[in-house]
Design a protein around this ligand. Structure first.
Ligand code: NCD
Ligand code: ZN
Ligand code: ZN
Length: 386
């Protein structure tokens, strides 16, 4: 039994359409059990998982294997993206196993990108793009990570993605947009009628590259990198105005040992904090409550999975949030990646209870693991947002 009353808020379950659960292949970083626990603790009831597994999830067989793993271990509902390959036609055999295709920077600038884009267009699925131009990357030589991957590389990546959109007729969704210039470019592309959507992350909206000269430098290494104050503020304002189509964490766990090393891999966990970072900004009067839609109803209808809304006939995917002041500590996380660039942040809300399809999977710090999530294939065509 849970007590509801003053200081509690019932919201639709959050929908995170960019996470890395790392299974199969890199279970030492995260697996579907620990990753979905992190989701639940952050009030998230549906995740869409990226294909950069080892080996990449770019065939029907590998996607089916991921489905077996997630189906056994995930506490939340899920969907997958299909990875790029030189022979993507075989993906036509299993369209029910993925909600979109994914292109990483080198793949985006490869000759076969347009072919992959046309295939996704044929299937009516979004082509999710990490838009950075690798030809503009620089040797960091001990300089901050933001020096190695400058803002211009993102703008060039976005332009390349928009060309694919125009030429291949693909619906391009640019993920983790981190600069003001890229936001502007995407908004004007939308206005001109291109099938383009985009998302932003809490870290690019709330943190800057000033972290690269602190003890959190290695932990804060991420792609695209944290930017200067002007770009951070541009991303934040876009969010405050509801301009992006979604907010995503890009939950990218690596082992604590890897992140402590001389040359750490990019990425950090995000699922446990995103909703509470947003709500704390809302309670401080800096963001409208409607920002929650970007982390629930809008990404759900974007992918056509109809998750995370309180309405008659919808699944009861709910999160009960309570008001509580607390301080973020990486070592209290349930992800295998027990660190965060938000270390020491003071937040004003916590997850009290979570329901996935009407079943309680979490209440007051306890997980009920007999409940299982399942694959969510789009019901009919995804909503058209462009
Ligand atoms: C991601 C990862 O670790 O898989 N890392 C990151 O810095 N964002 C890859 C990615 O999303 O580009
Ligand atoms: Zn990326
Ligand atoms: Zn990612």
């Amino acid at each position: 039994r849970i007590e509801l009353g003053k200081g509690y808020l019932v919201l639709p379950g959050m929908v995170d359409i960019h996470v890395h659960m790392r299974e199969p292949g890199q279970e030492y970083k995260e697996d579907w059990r620990t990753g979905s626990r992190a989701a639940v603790k952050g009030g998230v009831t549906f995740v869409a998982d990226m294909p950069n597994n080892k080996p990449p999830a770019n065939t029907c067989e590998r996607l089916a294997e991921k489905l077996r793993r997630a189906g056994e271990k995930s506490l939340v509902d899920f969907a997958f993206y299909a990875g790029f390959s030189e022979n993507p036609e075989e993906l036509l055999r299993c369209p029910e196993l993925f909600v979109g295709g994914k292109l990483y920077p080198e793949e985006l600038f490869s000759r076969s990108a347009a072919y992959f884009a046309r295939l996704m267009a044929k299937l009516g699925k979004p082509l999710v793009v990490h838009a950075e131009d690798p030809s503009m990357f620089r040797e960091s030589r001990g300089l901050p990570h933001s020096y190695a991957r400058p803002p211009e590389a993102e703008l060039s990546g976005v332009r390349r993605a928009l060309r694919l959109c125009g030429e291949a007729g693909a619906w391009v969704h640019v993920t983790h947009v981190s600069t003001g210039a890229a936001v502007t470019e995407l908004l004007s592309a939308k206005l001109s009628g291109l099938k383009a959507t985009f998302d932003v992350t809490p870290h690019h909206a709330l943190l800057t590259d000033s972290l690269y000269s602190t003890t959190l430098s290695r932990i804060a290494k991420v792609n695209p990198p944290l930017r200067g104050e002007a770009d951070r503020s541009a991303v934040y304002s876009a969010l405050a105005r509801g301009l992006p189509d979604a907010l995503v964490t890009d939950h990218a766990p690596h082992s604590p040992e890897e992140k402590a090393s001389e040359d750490p891999p990019p990425g950090f966990p995000g699922l446990e904090l995103a909703l509470h970072l947003l709500l704390s900004e809302v309670l401080a009067g800096r963001l409208p409550l409607g920002v929650i839609d970007l982390y629930s109803s809008r990404p759900a209808s974007l992918l056509g999975v109809e998750k995370g809304a309180i309405a008659v006939g919808m699944d009861a995917d709910l999160v009960v949030v309570k008001r509580e002041e607390w301080v973020v500590r990486g070592d209290e996380m349930v992800s295998k990646a027990r660190y965060t660039p938000f270390e020491g942040w003071r937040l004003s809300t916590k997850t009290h209870a979570v329901f996935v399809r009407g079943r309680m999977v979490y209440a007051e710090g306890e997980f009920f693991e007999d409940a299982r999530g399942s694959l969510r294939a789009p019901r009919g065509a995804p909503e058209r947002w462009w």
